[in-house]
Design a protein. Structure first.
Length: 205
């Protein structure tokens, strides 16, 4: 027995130009859903491959190790020396309260030096949480090292000697650093410390 057909019109003869079957509702839905899933999958893949650390071809590469700043040893040494200078001023004022008024301006300027050197050292990738310096030792090895001043000063004459040593150290720093901005700031600090030498000299004369 022949199955009834639901076609409203008789089927036309097959020909190369008219042999397509009209799409059914189920086929349309299947095609639409499939395209939507492919679109979503493409979006997720695009987000993953364009994320941080992704490389060409969708593979996630390892983070590149930053190149150390060649001026970092010099900046670290200068930072350590500036901390020692501030410690020396604090010790001097603690032992000589009558000098506090005269020395407070020097302390403020050295605090500004410390802030500038801390920012430079941090920008260069170094640690700013340096341990307390050891008197008479170098802050860091290498030709750019300078002697860390003794923090045990207790007179203005002692401070004068430390300021002279700091001024000479800044001159050395300026000669060996490569970055012009580092050289500019170190030179400015050295100029201020050389002024300290002049003014403290009048206090001891």
């Amino acid at each position: 027995m022949n199955a009834p057909t639901n076609a409203p019109f008789p089927a036309s003869p097959a020909s190369p130009a008219s042999d397509e079957v009209p799409p059914t509702r189920r086929g349309v839905l299947r095609t639409t859903l499939g395209a939507g899933l492919l679109g979503l999958t493409g979006s997720f893949l695009s987000a993953c491959t364009s994320g941080p650390g992704a490389t060409k071809g969708g593979r996630r590469g390892s983070a590149a190790t930053p190149t150390p700043d060649p001026d970092l040893p010099v900046l670290t040494s200068a930072l350590t020396e500036e901390r020692a200078l501030l410690a020396a001023y604090a010790a001097t004022m603690a032992g000589n309260p009558d000098l506090r008024g005269k020395l407070s301006a020097y302390v403020r300027r050295h605090e500004q030096h410390l802030a500038a050197l801390t920012a430079l050292t941090r920008r260069a990738g170094g640690s700013t949480a340096s341990p307390s310096p050891t008197p008479g030792r170098t802050a860091s090895p290498g030709p750019s090292s300078t002697v860390v001043p003794d923090a045990g000063a207790d007179t203005v004459a002692d401070l004068l000697g430390l300021e002279k040593a700091a001024t000479a150290a800044r001159r050395t720093n300026v000669r060996v650093v490569r970055d012009p901005e580092h050289a500019r700031i170190l030179a400015s600090i050295g100029a201020c410390e050389s002024t300290h030498v002049l003014t403290l000299g009048t206090e001891t004369s």
